[in-house]
Design a protein around this ligand. Structure first.
Ligand code: ACO
Length: 401
């Protein structure tokens, strides 16, 4: 109590808000969410329109620069990103230091953090030119880093970037191709993947983005900040939910077993939650889940597959949404509920799901980091606390305890 009074005296205000449910940490012009209405806008543009009509490169440009590019600007930006896709050759040695069964996210945390030891010419955060180069490097190299993490985890040789391909086509080739062999990018899969990247590009002050901003507020270099974001994203309540959602659907298996899991999710004595359901901000259908659901069918048609888990997922959604528990708590499918089914159909193992999220979210992290550094009101992030420990007491020598 003494602590609160002191703080109030110092600052004129004090709030205790665990989880930051009602505290804004910054101003931002990037992304707007109306969770009650299920609205998500990037620089004012609805996510549905961007997902249907735009490309990940264009959305990246939009997030970084504030406006949609002209054709020349888009070509210039895409060329710049393409020029930075290679990794320093020495980094392949770094990969080889990991255990062969390392989780791709463990490798990504390490490799992205290590970029700051390789690109000394873009770590001065006070130089706008260096900041821009670092931003481009991070966006460009993330597909290479993620694909190499995958290749390493399955014991296959690395595939170098093919810069004649699109950002997303190149990633698919580096992931599923074999060195010196032709790899045919299936346009519908490339389009679906690009759309998944758009859907994950930014989402205002989520846990990983807040982590990037907090790390960056101390002046840490951008590679270190993005590595911090990757570490935060890994958790099952955040980016790890897409992996957990597909594992859950596999465990449920057939529609006849759904009710049992719904009952478990409602049971206060059972820690089980429906993964891919619920969101801190959306108290309505996550607009990204709508696009994701329609993309499932497109990918199935293109690949001529039909995963019965999709039927299980649709039925699960239907049962949950008609259940008073979920209605009362406003729990709807989030972006992660259907994404795993698509990624699995394309051929990604579940361990890669969160790495793909990190790849796409890098543009949001980088844009938010740049916005923070350029903000004159920016200062080091330093939350206060509500002290609950003992009041002052005298030290007791060891012999007397
Ligand atoms: N299944 C069952 N019940 C749930 C679920 C769920 N998925 N999510 C929330 N609830 C219940 C909670 O038990 C709680 O009930 P109570 O009020 O009786 O205690 C109530 O709804 C509110 O839940 P909180 O955990 O307080 O809400 P919060 O905003 O902190 O959590 C979160 C949001 C973490 C996303 C949560 O809904 C969850 O764990 N979902 C499953 C994991 C998931 O899908 N994460 C992905 C999020 S999107 C993203 O990161 C891209």
């Amino acid at each position: 109590v003494l602590d609160i009074r002191k703080m109030y005296a110092q600052t004129g205000q004090f709030t205790y808000d665990p989880g930051f449910t009602s505290t804004a940490s910054c101003e931002s012009a990037l992304t707007y969410i109306d969770g009650d209405e299920g609205v998500l806008l990037h620089r004012g543009y609805p996510i549905g329109q961007l997902a249907e009509q735009s490309s990940f490169m264009e959305v990246s440009y939009l997030l970084l620069n504030g406006e949609l590019p002209s054709q020349d600007e888009l070509t210039g930006f895409t060329n710049t990103i393409t020029r930075h896709t290679m990794l320093h050759e020495q980094l392949s040695t770094f990969y080889r230091g990991f255990r062969r069964d390392a989780h791709p996210m463990a490798i990504m945390c390490g490799v992205v953090g290590a970029l700051s030891a390789f690109y000394h010419d873009s770590t001065d955060i006070n130089d706008p030119v260096q900041r821009r180069i670092a931003s481009h490097r991070l966006i460009a190299k993330m597909p290479t880093i993620a694909a190499m993490a995958y290749k390493y985890s399955v014991g296959q040789p690395f595939v170098y970037p093919d810069n004649s391909l699109s950002y997303t086509g190149n990633f698919l080739k580096m992931t599923f191709g074999v060195p010196a062999e032709d790899y045919e990018v299936i346009p519908a899969v490339e389009r679906a993947m690009d759309r998944i990247f758009i859907l994950h590009a930014d989402h205002e002050q989520n846990a990983s983005t807040s982590t990037v901003r907090l790390a960056g507020s101390s002046g840490a270099n951008p590679f270190a900040c993005i590595a911090a974001g990757i570490a935060c994203l890994w958790g099952p309540a955040h980016g790890g939910a897409n992996e957990a959602a597909l594992n859950m659907l596999r465990e449920i298996g057939t529609p006849d077993r759904i009710q049992h899991y719904i009952d478990r999710a409602k049971d206060k004595n059972d820690p089980f939650r429906l993964m891919g359901f619920g969101h801190r901000v959306y108290k309505n259908y996550d607009p990204r889940a709508t696009v994701m659901q329609s993309t499932v069918r497109e990918v199935f048609d293109a690949l001529k597959v039909n995963d019965p888990l999709f039927e299980t997922a649709l039925r699960l959604e239907e049962i949950a949404l008609s259940d008073p528990y979920f209605a009362e708590k406003k729990l709807f499918p989030n972006v992660d509920f259907y994404s795993g089914i698509i990624l699995s159909a394309i051929g990604f193992p579940t361990t890669m799901f969160t790495a793909l999220f990190a790849l796409a979210r890098t543009v949001g992290w980088v844009a938010q980091w740049n916005e923070m550094i350029s903000d004159p009101a920016q200062k080091i992030g330093r939350p206060r606390q509500l002290y609950t420990g003992p009041t002052q007491r005298d030290y007791v020598p060891l012999s007397q305890r």
